[in-house]
Design a protein around this ligand. Structure first.
Ligand code: M6R
Length: 622
């Protein structure tokens, strides 16, 4: 299983060598994943492939040691492992049909276990832990059988049986001048050259060779030859992609046309949440974790949860506390990892430690998790980086599938962590019998609607950006929230601090009167995260009172409220609305305008939002 970049190419006799094109494409796509890389080409001897775990440079070394012959047809992949560790064996391409077929894949095939069982019963043997190999085997079986040796037909038939999200590329020895690709909920673009055609996860995969591109629609299949491309749907009915001219330079192409990785990653969030939700319900409709090395009876006996994390990940942990305590009735403490070890924490075999880390390498969190394990606690990691140290050492793992996060400021990983924490809460609620199956189903249904709602917030973010640009000279911004709005407020403040180097603080709105209200003076900008008026009404009313209190003292109030909440308008200089959603899930929406605000304001100040001063993406020192 992978979630990386794929580049495929088909070059005509006048075109570039396939291997050179694929490697160049992978070099440009490496930002999408760098756990392993691999290529396959069609030669006179059939399919030949090389693959290596680690960065692309490992594959280049391998190709130097074991070169591949010249070829005009090839595919390549750079992987961001989701399930199945980042090993040589799990790297793509995966071969099938006796080594005559090679397949690469991004995404998650949800019904792979069921397909694997069926194919195994038919005598197919698997060598990796990936779902990609299952897709390859399925295409191979169909190619030899029902599709009558037609790769496009085999792909169509296979896609009719696959569930989940995928971009698949396949080549077969018996059709040496063809590459077939399919997409569902995962990107795929065709590049149209002169006597050569290309495929890529995005245009950066072929931008050095052509600027003419065709974007495929949902559930479409494309077959390319050196001088043709043909699009169908999964049933074989002719279809059309959208042709466009790429007018980005190569650097912009890697960022999906956005000015920065951070902006791209903010815009990736609907997909990050959707991918994190994907494939969590098993065949029996029950939730499952990625790796579970804890006996479920021990999880049932857990009487306390301690979340350990730093920075943004710790704010995700604070959101988790509200959800897990509400759903599972287990006390949850959230502690900064670097503080945990240096007091005398009460931890025992009935404590479940949840270590949240995007990178999986944060030394503070790693050391704290190790300490907890030494005290007898079980550690469950919520992590975005497959194969990193924290999940490797943990007793259980729930991966966020946000894809690689390049910008130092965490955005999509935060929303994915919160999503994973909700899944953990539901899992524990299911296991311990705190939640009925129907309740879990309803919450999952609400979660499934969130990606489209995030997209709405992004689509409506022009006013937030406009406001940010007018505030470039602001010296201090405060953020207030209650309940799950409190960690959102702190995350909004952190984003502004780290990107725009502006003093910013997030407060619990109720704490204001105990001191921070003294900071309010004429013109002080204050963001207020207002809870839904549909939820516990007292909560909404209290926050509205807080807005009045600070407004009376001169604050310039900027309010994030739920659509239809007209009550706040009278007290707000600016209101940004987010779609309706249950209160506990609201952080997935309310955070987005704050990220957009910080990114835009820092950009207006001329700062590099991808690499803010003094910071590192992964903090591997204590
Ligand atoms: O990789 P981790 O999630 O363990 O990293 C934790 C923090 O260092 C990280 O969230 C940091 O606060 C970010 N720069 C926030 O944007």
């Amino acid at each position: 299983m992978g979630r990386g970049g794929s580049a495929g190419t088909l070059a005509g006799p006048e075109g570039h060598g396939a291997l050179d094109v694929v490697l160049e494409g992978l070099r440009r796509l490496e930002y999408r994943g760098y756990d392993s890389a691999g290529v396959a080409v069609i030669t006179g001897n059939g399919i030949e492939s090389r693959k290596k775990s680690g960065k692309l440079t490992n594959l280049l070394d391998e190709l130097q040691a074991n070169p591949l012959p010249e070829s005009l047809t090839g595919i390549g992949h750079t992987r961001w492992a989701t399930h199945g560790g980042p090993t040589d064996r799990n790297a793509h391409p995966h071969l099938a049909d006796g080594g005559k077929l090679a397949v690469i894949h991004n995404g998650i095939i949800e019904n792979f276990a069921e397909l694997k069982r069926t194919l195994s019963a038919q005598g197919v043997e698997f060598v990796s832990e990936t779902d990609t190999e299952v897709a390859a085997a399925l295409i191979g079986e169909l190619f030899r059988g029902e599709a009558g040796g037609d790769l496009t037909r085999a792909m169509q038939l296979a896609c009719q049986r696959l569930e989940g999200a995928f971009t698949l590329l396949a080549i077969h020895r018996d059709q040496p001048d063809t590459v077939v690709a399919a997409r569902r909920n995962s990107p795929l673009v065709v590049g149209l050259g002169d006597g050569e055609n290309f495929l890529g996860s995005d245009v950066s995969g072929f931008i050095d060779f052509t600027r003419r591109a065709v974007e495929l629609g949902q559930d479409q299949i494309v077959t390319i030859t050196p001088d043709s491309f043909e699009v169908t749907d999964f049933n074989g009915k002719p279809a059309q992609g959208r042709e466009f001219q790429v007018d980005w330079d190569a650097a912009a192409a890697e960022k999906g046309g956005f000015a920065s990785f951070m902006e791209k990653e903010i815009n990736d969030q609907p997909e990050a949440v959707a991918q994190t939700l994907l494939g969590r319900a098993g065949l029996d409709g029950k939730l499952q974790l990625d790796e579970l090395r804890i006996d479920p009876s021990q999880l049932k006996a857990v009487d306390k949860i301690i979340v350990l994390a730093c920075g943004t990940s710790a704010y995700a942990g604070q959101v988790a506390k509200y959800a897990i305590e509400h759903w599972c009735r287990i006390p949850v403490e959230v502690e900064l990892s670097h503080e945990f070890r240096y007091r005398d924490p009460i931890v025992n075999a009935n404590t479940l430690v949840v270590a949240i880390s995007q990178s999986g390498e944060t030394m503070d969190t790693l050391m704290a998790a190790r300490y907890a394990q030494e005290q007898g606690a079980k550690v469950l990691a919520i992590c975005n980086t497959n194969g990193s140290t924290i999940p490797r050492e943990a007793d259980a793992v729930l991966y966020t599938h946000a894809g690689p996060e390049i910008a130092v400021a965490s955005t999509k990983a935060f929303l994915a962590q919160i999503t994973a924490a909700y899944l953990l809460g539901l899992y524990l609620g299911q296991l311990r019998g705190n939640l009925f199956t129907g309740q879990i189903r309803d919450i999952l249904a609400d979660l499934a609607k969130v990606p489209a709602k995030i997209q709405t917030v992004l689509d409506d973010s022009d006013q937030v950006k406009k406001l940010a640009r007018t505030m470039a000279d602001t010296r201090s911004v405060l953020f207030l929230g209650r309940h799950v709005g409190f960690p959102v407020a702190m995350e909004g403040a952190l984003k502004l601090k780290e990107l725009a180097y502006i003093h910013a603080e997030g407060f619990a709105a109720g704490e204001l009167k105990h001191g921070p209200i003294a900071l309010i003076e004429e013109g002080q900008p204050v963001f207020v995260i207002v809870p839904s008026p549909r939820g516990r009404n007292s909560l909404h009313a209290k926050v509205v009172s807080n807005i009045q209190e600070i407004r009376a003292r001169g604050a310039k109030t900027i309010v994030i409220a739920e659509e239809g909440d007209t009550a706040v308008q009278a007290y707000a200089e600016h209101v940004f609305y987010i779609p309706e959603t249950p209160t506990l899930l609201a952080p997935l929406l309310a955070t987005v305008p704050l990220q957009v605000f910080a990114c835009e304001l820092a950009t207006a100040k001329g700062y590099d939002v991808d690499q803010p001063r003094n910071l590192a993406k992964s903090v591997t020192v204590e």
